[in-house]
Design a protein around this ligand. Structure first.
Ligand SMILES: [Zn+2]
Length: 500
C-alpha cells in the first residue's frame, strides 16, 4: 500500500510539474484517484504535501506502472491486456489534467499561434494521450533515392491485438456511438464501444471557411506535431472548393504547420472516409524538398511539375484568392480528364475515378499547394487498384497510399523489423529462406544478387526505401517512362490552355 501511495504522490507531483494540475487541486485529485482505485477505508492514508525536490520524468509511464498493476490485481481492470490497461490509464490521467473548457481557455489565451500549439502539443504528450514511451520505440531512418531523401518508419508502437480483446470485440454488436474514432464525442469517452480509452482526450475549436472544426493531435504521431483537424459534424470526406479555402485558412492561422487532405474517393483516400478531416503538423516532408522538372506561370501563379514518384503539380503564389480559384479549376479539369493512352479514365458507368490529394503550406508571404493527381480505377489484373501498390510490392505495403505516404514518409508494419533481421542473416550467411518469409522470397533473391558486402543494416534500410519508392510510383497516374511523362506534359498543356 505504501508503494502505491508513493506512486500516487509521484503522479500528482508529475501533474503539478507539467502544469496539468494546479497545486491547489492536489488533495482533490488525490481523493479522486483513491476513489477510482476503490481504496478500502482502512487503506486510506493522508498524502503528504508536494515534494518539489523530486526528479520528474518527461512522460508518466514508469509512474503509472504500479498504479495499473494494482488495478489489475484488484480486478478494476477486467483483463490484463494493453488495451484494457490503456483504457484505465486514460481515466487516471484525466483526473490530474485540465477539463476540456480549461484547455480551450488556456489555448486561446496565447496571442501567438506557435505558443498555442506548443501548449496543446505538450499537454497531449504529458497527459499520455500521446504515449511518448511507446512512439519512441518506432524505428525511423532516412535513405537517399533518385527523388531525394525519403523518411521510413517501422511502426512498433501500435500494440499487437490481444486475442482476448478480439474475442471481446467479436461478441459486441456494432455500436453507433461515437459514429467514428474522429468524432467530437470521443472527448472524455471511456472507450466502451471503440476499445480505445479517450477519457484524457482534448480538442480545441478552430474556424475554417466560417465553419466549425476541431484541432487535435494524432495519438500515433507519425511525425513531429502530427495534428488532425476534424469537422464538427460527422460528414464524409469530400474534396470541393471549400477544401482549398479551409486549408489556406488553417495555414494562415498556423503558418508553422502544413495541412493536407486525403482524396475523397476510396482506394486513393485515407483509412477514415466517413468523417471529413485533414492532417497537418510541423515537419518538413521529403516532397517539400522535391526538385522541379518543368514550370510555367499564369498571372503570378507558378505551376511546377515536381520530380516525384506520384504526379504532383505545385501551385505557388502570393494571392490566396487567386490560388484557390486556380486550384479549384485545376481540380475540376482533372475530375473529367481522360487519357486512354496511359489508362486514365475519369468515369466508368457513371462512377468518378479522378481525385486529388492537396497539401497546403505557407512560405513567408507565399502560399504553396501541392496538387497530387490520383485515380482509383480497378481492373481484372489489379482488383485493388491500378494506381495502387501492385501485388509484387504487397510484401512491404498493401494499404492505401494516403496523404502521409504521398509526402514521402513510409509507415511500415511492425512485423518488418523482425523480418528484416532474418533477411539480413539469410543474405550474409547464405541460409535457406524460412517458410515464414515466403512472401519476401523474390525480393530476397534480388537482394542477394545486389549485395556487395557493405554493412547489412544500411544495405537493407536503403533497399526498403527503394522498394517504397516503387510502391508509390505504382500510385502515380503519369508513369516515369517517356509515354507517362509525355502524357503529363499534355495534361499541363491542357491546364495552361484552360486557365490561361
Ligand atoms: Zn465521425
Amino acid at each position: 500500500m505504501n508503494d502505491l501511495c508513493n506512486a500516487l504522490k509521484r503522479l500528482l507531483e508529475y501533474g503539478i510539474y507539467h502544469k496539468l494540475l494546479d497545486v491547489e487541486e492536489y488533495h482533490y485529485a488525490y481523493n479522486r484517484l483513491i476513489d477510482l482505485l476503490q481504496f478500502d477505508a482502512d487503506d486510506i492514508v493522508a498524502c503528504e504535501d508536494v515534494d518539489y525536490s523530486s526528479i520528474v520524468p518527461d512522460e508518466p509511464s514508469a509512474i503509472l506502472q504500479p498504479i495499473l498493476d494494482y488495478a489489475v490485481e484488484h480486478h478494476l481492470i477486467d483483463a490484463d491486456t494493453v488495451q484494457r490497461r490503456d483504457i484505465f490509464e486514460a481515466k487516471v490521467m484525466d483526473i490530474i489534467m485540465p477539463r476540456p473548457a480549461q484547455v480551450i481557455e488556456r489555448f486561446k489565451r496565447f496571442d501567438d499561434s506557435k505558443d498555442q500549439t506548443d501548449y496543446f502539443y505538450h499537454l497531449s504528450q504529458t497527459s499520455n494521450y500521446i504515449k511518448t514511451a511507446r512512439t519512441n520505440r518506432n524505428h525511423r531512418w532516412q535513405a537517399d533515392t533518385e527523388y531525394g531523401t525519403f523518411d521510413i518508419t517501422i511502426n512498433l508502437s501500435k500494440p499487437e491485438k490481444d486475442p482476448k480483446d478480439i474475442i471481446r470485440q467479436g461478441k459486441r454488436t456494432e455500436a453507433n456511438y461515437p459514429s467514428c474514432l474522429l468524432c467530437k464525442e470521443n472527448v472524455g469517452y471511456n472507450g466502451k464501444t471503440t476499445g480505445i480509452g479517450r477519457t484524457n482526450h482534448r480538442i480545441v475549436p478552430v474556424t475554417l471557411n466560417d465553419e466549425a472544426f476541431y484541432l487535435q493531435y494524432s495519438p500515433y504521431v507519425y511525425y513531429n506535431e502530427h495534428c488532425i483537424v476534424l469537422q464538427r459534424e460527422h460528414v464524409p470526406m469530400n474534396v470541393t472548393r471549400a477544401t482549398f479555402v479551409r486549408l489556406f485558412d488553417f495555414v494562415d492561422q498556423f503558418p508553422h504547420y502544413f495541412l493536407g487532405s486525403n482524396a475523397g474517393l476510396p482506394i486513393v483516400g485515407g483509412s477514415i472516409l466517413s468523417h471529413e478531416h485533414y492532417q497537418g503538423g510541423r515537419h518538413t516532408f521529403p516532397i517539400e524538398r522535391a526538385t522541379v522538372l518543368e514550370s510555367f506561370e499564369l498571372d503570378d501563379i507558378t505551376f511546377e511539375q515536381l520530380h516525384w514518384p506520384l504526379s504532383v503539380i505545385r501551385l505557388r503564389g502570393r494571392d490566396r484568392t487567386r490560388l484557390i480559384d486556380v486550384a479549384y479549376k485545376l481540380f475540376q479539369l482533372w475530375e473529367t480528364y481522360d487519357d486512354p493512352t496511359v489508362g486514365i479514365h475519369s468515369y466508368t458507368d457513371g462512377e468518378p475515378h479522378n481525385a486529388i490529394t492537396p497539401i497546403a503550406r505557407k512560405k513567408g508571404e507565399f502560399y504553396e499547394l501541392d496538387m497530387t493527381l490520383r485515380n482509383n480505377l480497378t481492373s481484372e489484373e489489379f482488383p485493388l487498384g491500378i494506381f495502387h501498390p501492385h501485388p509484387e510490392h504487397h510484401h512491404i505495403k498493401k494499404e492505401n497510399i494516403g496523404l502521409i505516404e504521398v509526402m514521402g514518409l513510409a509507415v511500415l508494419p511492425g512485423r518488418l523489423e523482425r523480418e528484416l533481421n532474418q533477411i539480413g542473416q539469410i543474405i550474409v550467411s547464405d541460409r535457406p529462406i524460412d517458410a515464414s518469409l515466403a512472401h519476401h522470397e523474390t525480393w530476397i533473391h534480388t537482394l542477394k544478387e545486389q549485395y556487395d558486402g557493405e554493412p547489412i543494416d544500411a544495405f537493407l534500410q536503403q533497399q526498403v526505401a527503394l522498394k517504397f519508392v516503387q510502391v508509390i510510383e505504382d500510385a502515380g497516374v503519369f508513369k516515369q517512362d517517356d509515354a507517362g511523362q509525355a502524357a503529363f506534359r499534355r495534361f499541363q498543356k491542357e491546364v495552361r490552355h484552360a486557365l490561361g
